[in-house]
Design a protein around this ligand. Structure first.
Ligand code: SF4
Length: 459
């Protein structure tokens, strides 16, 4: 896959929390299997369905609500179009009724028997594997294996990555080529991404802009919801308190003893990034940027910048195309899957995307934009993925807040110094190599990190 073939809306798309790979992807997989069975010419006669969840999906699946997600998909629900409450209630509903509506029939489904967790087994093509099996009596009559490969993208075993068959006007694989094309065309980097996205998705410019404006509105709504939550404690065993409202209050109305000052850009960005990440942890509506785990950084930073300098929504939307272009480079040349390369590919990638967007928003030229993305990615190298007990809460939420500040610092640094020796392409390559050498304990398996702690309501 070329980087220029990655649509901006593949990187920035509506999702539901808490995880693009462990929640969004499994819903799509369930749905795809259901459709496959429904459209079979000679649909086999079956009376039982079994789901086997492998490796990283199994190790962190409970905290990521993977069991609920796969059952929602098998029931025909969509992570984008359907009501979140209905989706999030699928597992309790199936547990209670012991029935699953699947492919036009009502199957007896016992969660303890028919949902199998295989945390020590790995399927060959990716760390996030799922097998779906149909039985007639004791005989298995159909098995399909799928993978959730990061950012909400899925594939079936043996299948190549999905690539649009429409040719984009400005093909490129690397950042250096993207920069060269933008320079030759005399346009910002965002324009190249926009033109390619129009071609790859088969849409006109107005539709493309309107879609990104919708993405931006969803991001802003998510921030507002996160700042005004109805439940003060996040779901799950960790009993983590939502902290975005307090951070926002401190950033907006500092007390006399506060040393940081009012409406500080970094503090606002942190509060907003927390707001989105807490919504994500509460299984709310978010936008992948490029994943759910790192979803707080890009909107957090851009919303803070918008309020700080009164940038128009259109200016922010253009910056989002640049952010998406950086995400596309990382997807095509490395990975955005925490279970494949650690958190480098999630919050690290988000930080790089946000830094580039900020540099563009504040008037940086194409070289500064590339430099900002490079700094942010370089100083995210080695970032491990160790979600406590499988919940996208610790260290994930705080990490989004801290990396929002890092994105701002990276953009500021790039726009001040303007010259660098390490290219973004080199850093992305190193990130991938690091990820491949990283011990699996640090790649979304919850086998390393802080370990279990006692719930602490004052956290
Ligand atoms: S540590 Fe990073 S990659 Fe891992 S679950 Fe949290 S946000 Fe995602």
């Amino acid at each position: 896959m070329r980087a220029s073939q990655v649509s901006a809306f593949q990187t920035l798309k509506m999702s539901l929390g808490p995880s693009s790979s462990h929640t969004h992807g499994p819903i799509l997989i369930g749905n795809r299997f259901r459709q496959t069975v429904e459209h079979m010419d000679n649909c086999p006669d079956f009376d039982r369905l079994e789901v086997v969840i492998y490796w990283s999906l199994a190790r962190t699946g409970k905290g990521h609500m993977t069991d609920n997600a796969i059952l929602a998909g098998l029931s025909g629900l969509s992570p984008v179009d359907d009501d979140l409450e209905i989706i999030n209630n699928t597992l309790p509903r199936v547990q209670q009724t012991k029935q699953l509506e699947f492919a036009g029939r009502t199957l007896e489904f016992h969660v303890d028997r028919d949902l199998v967790w295989a945390p020590d087994e790995q399927l060959p093509e990716h760390e996030n594997g799922l097998a779906l099996r149909l039985y007639r009596g004791e005989e298995m009559i159909l098995e399909r294996r799928f993978y959730s490969i990061g950012g909400g993208m899925i594939k079936e075993e043996g299948e190549g990555e999905h690539v649009s068959d429409r040719m984009e006007p400005h093909p490129y694989q690397y950042a250096a080529e993207w920069v060269m094309i933008a320079r030759r065309e005399g346009v910002p980097l965002s324009s190249i991404v926009k033109r390619n996205t129009c071609a790859v998705d088969g849409i006109d410019r107005e539709t493309c802009n309107a879609r990104m404006m919708r993405i931006w509105q969803v991001m802003k709504t998510c921030i507002e919801r996160g700042l005004n939550p109805t439940e003060p404690i996040l779901p799950g065993l960790l009993k983590v308190k939502r902290r975005a409202p307090r951070l926002h209050l401190a950033a907006s109305h500092p007390s006399a003893t506060d040393i940081f000052g009012q409406n500080d850009l970094g503090r606002l960005a942190t509060a907003f990034a927390y707001a989105v990440s807490e919504e994500n942890a509460a299984s709310g509506r978010v936008v992948t940027a490029p994943t759910n785990g790192g979803a707080g950084v890009v909107p957090g930073v851009l919303r803070a910048c918008q309020l700080h300098r009164e940038f128009s929504d259109s200016a922010v939307v253009n910056a989002l195309f640049t952010a998406a272009g950086i995400g596309g480079l990382i997807q095509a040349n490395a990975s955005i899957s925490g279970s494949e390369v650690g958190c480098q590919g999630e919050v690290g990638a988000a930080c790089s995307m946000a830094a580039a967007a900020v540099a563009q928003l504040y008037g940086g030229d194409i070289y500064m934009v590339e430099y900002a993305a490079e700094i942010a990615m370089e100083h995210s190298l080695g970032l491990e993925c160790t979600p406590m007990q499988g919940y996208v809460q610790i260290p994930c939420i705080e990490r989004n807040g801290i990396y929002a500040q890092k994105a701002l610092a990276s953009a500021q640094h790039a726009m001040t110094l303007q010259q660098h020796r390490i290219s973004l392409d080199l850093v992305i390559r190193k990130m991938y190599e690091n990820g491949k050498h990283m011990d699996s304990d640090f790649k979304e398996t919850s086998r390393a990190g802080f370990g279990p702690i006692e719930p602490d309501l004052n956290f």
